[in-house]
Design a protein around this ligand. Structure first.
Ligand code: NCD
Length: 313
């Protein structure tokens, strides 16, 4: 199966993935952090956009599951010589990969890739489209931290306009029964936001009664050639940048990273005891191991039998 949108998964499938992730999290605490689960399988990571967390965690996840993992970077691939995405995928298809993990600046690129390969395609971010594995790791982080997700109130704050994370998280969080609202300046909300059927607030007062404040990065690199939606980062941070003083002590803070200290949050909020930012990264590795496994072995019963075995086949 492919994972292109968070809507490809039901709430029940997400619950299964969270349970699988617990098992894979345990593997990270072993002295030898490797199981033979995906031995003989081939995973190709294709990143046509910058990435630290997503790329490194997919690579490590594949390696810890014993898959053969190769990495293709946009800037060093033949795409920089003019090869089309279609031809790149067709070329790599000759190696008969089992999984292609793809990040691309264009919305719909991962879905398009599924046309030219028999591998399971995992969308690791397509422009301002979706980022389903970020959503899943955020759900997993919250499950590890607060347990019950149903009824949890979450505010997604900031640059919703250019955020694929917001697009996946709004729908994924709601699927798990959470109460989601968007908070930020009107210029950072996408046109047609009404159709998403999610409450939008233009004031930080909307953070008062939430359990989780989910901050988004200001994606200035996507503003090239267009009128920027905010006058300057300094002005944005003065009005919308959060510090520990803006939150109640029992509220949790999340951010997909990379964080911009001093823009959407102060340095001391990033390092605060209620910040889940680094725990999200840890959750991401276990969750991505679960995803790699799930897209190849979709039957739950098989999953339980095979997932954590340290035996060879
Ligand atoms: C996000 C992304 O690339 O969409 N980062 C990530 O995957 N952890 C968010 C961002 O770049 O701000």
């Amino acid at each position: 199966m492919d994972l292109i949108s968070i809507d490809d998964l039901s709430a029940e499938e997400i619950e299964n993935l969270l349970a699988l992730s617990d098992g894979f999290l345990e593997i990270a605490s072993r002295p030898i952090k490797k199981v033979p689960t995906l031995r003989g399988r081939t995973q190709i990571n294709m990143f046509f956009e910058a990435s630290t967390r997503t790329q490194s965690s997919f690579e490590l996840a594949g390696k810890r599951l014993s898959a053969d993992v190769i990495n293709i970077k946009g800037s060093s691939s033949s795409v920089s010589k003019g090869e089309s995405l279609k031809d790149t995928i067709l070329t790599l298809e000759s190696y008969r990969p089992d999984i292609i993990v793809m990040r691309h600046p264009q919305v719909g690129a991962a879905r398009m890739a599924t046309r030219y390969t028999n591998a399971s395609v995992i969308n690791a971010g397509d422009g301002a489209g979706e980022h389903p594995t970020q959503c899943l790791l955020d759900i997993y982080s919250l499950r590890r931290t607060v347990g019950e997700l149903r009824g949890l109130k979450v505010a997604i704050v900031g640059d919703v306009l250019r955020s694929r994370v917001a697009r996946s998280n709004i729908f994924g969080f709601r699927k798990m029964g959470m109460d989601v609202r968007l908070v930020g300046p009107p210029t950072l909300m996408p046109p047609g936001i009404e159709a998403w059927d999610v409450p939008v607030h233009y004031d930080l007062e909307a953070l008062e009664d939430v359990d989780v404040v989910y901050l988004l990065r200001m994606q200035m690199e996507r503003a090239k050639g267009v009128v920027p939606p905010v006058p300057s980062l300094r002005e944005y941070s003065r009005v919308w940048g959060l510090s520990p003083y803006d939150l109640r002590p029992e509220q949790w803070v999340m951010h997909p990273g990379p964080i911009n200290r001093g823009v959407e949050l102060t340095a001391d909020l990033a390092d605060h005891g209620r910040s889940l930012i680094l725990q999200q990264v840890e959750s991401g590795l276990a969750l991505r191991m679960a995803i790699l496994y799930h897209v190849l072995v979709p039957s739950a019963q098989e999953e339980d039998e095979l997932a954590f075995s340290s035996r060879g086949e």
